[in-house]
Design a binder for this molecule. Structure first.
Ligand code: TPP
Ligand code: DXP
Ligand code: MG
Length: 588
């Protein structure tokens, strides 16, 4: 049989196909995604689930003139392949390759840059209103998942759209799961709609949307028919489609959490290919967090855990299993997660609110207004702080030190290793008088023997890791490991001292006075933005106390860091062992 996918350069070619050819195209597209993701890695289940929907949308609508917005964008692999990126799809998420998410600079078909969820309705509505003002007749389509539509921002978009007559189509891709199972009353409502047992008013109709569905999102005929019909319906409309995450790969359908982003797998059987395993491997910071929280919660009944939709990624799932009544997955609701934690803290609970650093950006006002201003001792655990690798610019957690350090009352700590993470969690639950943010990176650390007896960490104290005579390197967080190795690479390193400052706030002022008076030159090293971050804190300290020692700040420059593996990104940012070593050597 002639391959159809190979002849599609743009959706124009797709639109020339007969409807009868589309099921074959769907099969080829699905296999193409499986074959490449199996070896190159990336998000899998979501894209497999929307293969038919993707084809139908580009078949019915006149993209890129009609504007299609994908929410999150982890499901847009089929879209990328059909819109001119088939031959570069094997570079997905790799350094200098295409992005794992839609990106405006990559293609005119990528109408809106994404990565964080629940933006599509607002963005597509903005485009629809703009088209009206420009007197342009276009269609505007937002494709959003069942977990993403439950986020506050999506509701804000629906609420506004419902009082406009904008030409907006929201396609709700309902597969009843996010990364982890979807949660909340809306999820229950959608399940009831699917089962036909929903007795109340239609929630979308109540918001003035023309609702249709639910329809089978794997049935191309049904999809095309309904999308064609909706083209001539004025105003805001919502099409509810039911799909299966991981569709077409048995294991991915059966284990949807694992196959959200499964790593390498056998493209024929779907079996996962385990990473070369070293039994003496250090743990992931996430697992240290998860297991330590359970350990602490066993003796401290006041401990609560909260995650906005990332129980598996953050390992809060361990506490959810051990203490289901004290651990909450609140869905994609970072703002709510923070204020919920604040509410519980007012009632004397010790709340560990675990949010990926990049997603906590969503809840900035809640941190300031609901937590810090009232000085509520919420314990924020900021996962994925620093560079995250292949997810790229949308997901690097590099802004937190800068955006948190300026908030009064908030303690900001970064553990250099797994033991420090355990100990600060232990310290924090003993009864801090202020909120604290603990930021740690994605993945494994370097300490195999991490489960040591707990020790209390003194708030605002740094640690001397190596003595020296001329140069002091001040690091914060797990980048200390690269700093140690970089110093060790230098043959005669006796002039270089290394301090793990631990706290970006409060600074260890006693130690800093000592350092400024002992060493001629200082380096600061952080896995975060230089502007406003830890290096800035040291510069401010020097200015305040009239120290004139040269200070070289190493960290992320004033530019977004794109995707690549961690090693490559460290190198680009000057944070690899080699680059750090070269920076220090220049001053010797
Ligand atoms: C603001 C924000 N919080 C969390 C995430 C992490 N995240 C990415 S995809 C996803 C689940 C999305 O579920 P759904 O919308 O149902 O889409 P599906 O994966 O099922 O296609 C989550 C929680 C994110 N990208 N953005
Ligand atoms: C699309 C998205 O936001 C998530 O799937 C994210 O890629 C998860 O990242 P981790 O793999 O670091 O949990
Ligand atoms: Mg879903």
């Amino acid at each position: 049989m002639k391959n159809i996918l190979n002849n599609i350069q743009t959706p124009k070619d797709l639109r020339e196909l007969a409807k009868i050819e589309l099921p074959q195209l769907a099969q080829e597209l699905r296999q193409f995604i499986i074959d490449i993701v199996a070896t190159k890695e990336g998000h899998l289940g979501a894209s497999l689930g929307v293969v038919e929907l993707t084809i139908a949308l580009h078949y019915v609508f006149d993209t890129p003139d009609d504007l299609l917005v994908w929410d999150v964008g982890h499901q847009a692999y089929g879209h990328k392949i059909l819109t001119g990126r088939r031959d570069v799809f094997h570079t997905n998420r790799q350094l200098d390759g295409i992005s794992g998410f839609p990106k405006r600079s990559e293609s005119t078909y990528d109408t809106f840059g994404v990565g964080h969820s629940s933006t599509s309705i607002s963005a597509a509505l903005g485009m629809a209103i703009a088209s009206k003002l420009n007197h342009e007749k276009k269609h505007h389509i937002a494709v959003i998942g069942d977990a993403s539509i439950a986020s506050g921002m999506a509701f804000e978009g629906l609420n506004h759209a419902g009082v406009t007559n904008a030409n907006l189509l929201v396609v709700l891709n309902d597969n009843a799961i996010g990364i982890d199972p979807s949660v909340g009353a809306l999820k229950q409502y959608l399940t009831n709609v699917k089962k036909g047992t929903q007795k109340q008013d239609n929630i979308f109709e109540a918001l003035n949307f023309n609702y249709s569905g639910p329809i089978d999102g794997h049935n191309l005929d049904a999809l095309i028919r309904e999308l064609e019909r909706l083209k001539s319906v004025d105003g805001p409309k919502l099409l509810h489609v039911i799909t299966t995450k991981g569709k077409g790969l048995k294991q991915a359908e059966e284990n949807q959490v694992k196959y959200h982003a499964p790593g390498k797998f056998n493209s024929k059987t779907g079996d996962l290919i385990p990473k070369a395993h070293n039994s003496n491997e250090p743990p992931k910071f996430q697992d240290v967090f998860g297991h330590t929280l359970v350990e602490l919660a066993q003796s401290n009944q006041k401990i609560i855990g909260i995650t906005p939709a990332m129980p598996t990624g953050s390992s809060l799932k361990f506490m959810m299993e051990a203490f289901p009544e004290r651990a909450f997955d609140v869905g994609i609701a970072e703002q709510h997660a923070v204020t919920l934690a604040a509410g519980m803290a007012t009632q004397g609970f010790t709340v560990f609110c675990n949010v990926y650093s990049t997603f906590l950006q969503r809840a900035y006002d809640q941190i300031i207004h609901d937590v810090a201003l009232q000085d509520l001792p919420v314990i924020f655990c900021l996962d994925r702080a620093g560079l995250v690798g292949e997810d790229g610019a949308t997901h690097h957690g590099v802004f937190d030190l800068a955006y948190l350090r300026c908030i009064p009352n908030l303690i900001v700590f970064a553990p250099r290793n797994e033991i420090a993470l355990r100990n600060i969690m232990y310290t924090a639950q003993q009864g801090l008088k202020h909120p604290i943010a603990i930021r740690y990176p994605r993945g494994r650390g370097n300490t195999v023997d991490w489960k040591q007896p707990f020790e209390t960490i003194t708030i605002g104290k740094g640690v001397e890791l190596k003595k020296g005579t001329d140069i002091a390197v001040l690091s914060i967080g797990s980048i200390a490991h690269n700093v140690t190795k970089a110093i060790n690479e230098i043959e005669d390193n006796s002039k270089i001292a290394h301090y793990d400052m631990q706290f970006a706030k409060p600074l260890d002022e006693t130690l800093l006075h000592n350092i400024f008076n002992t060493y001629t030159t200082l380096f600061t090293v952080e896995e975060g933005t230089k502007i406003g971050g830890f290096g800035s804190a040291i510069l401010e300290f020097a200015a305040k106390h009239n120290y004139s020692n040269p200070i070289k700040t190493l960290g992320i420059n004033d530019a977004f860091v794109h995707h690549g593996n961690i090693k490559e990104l460290y190198n680009i940012c000057g944070l690899s062992i080699e680059k750090l070593s070269a920076s220090f050597s220049k001053e010797l």
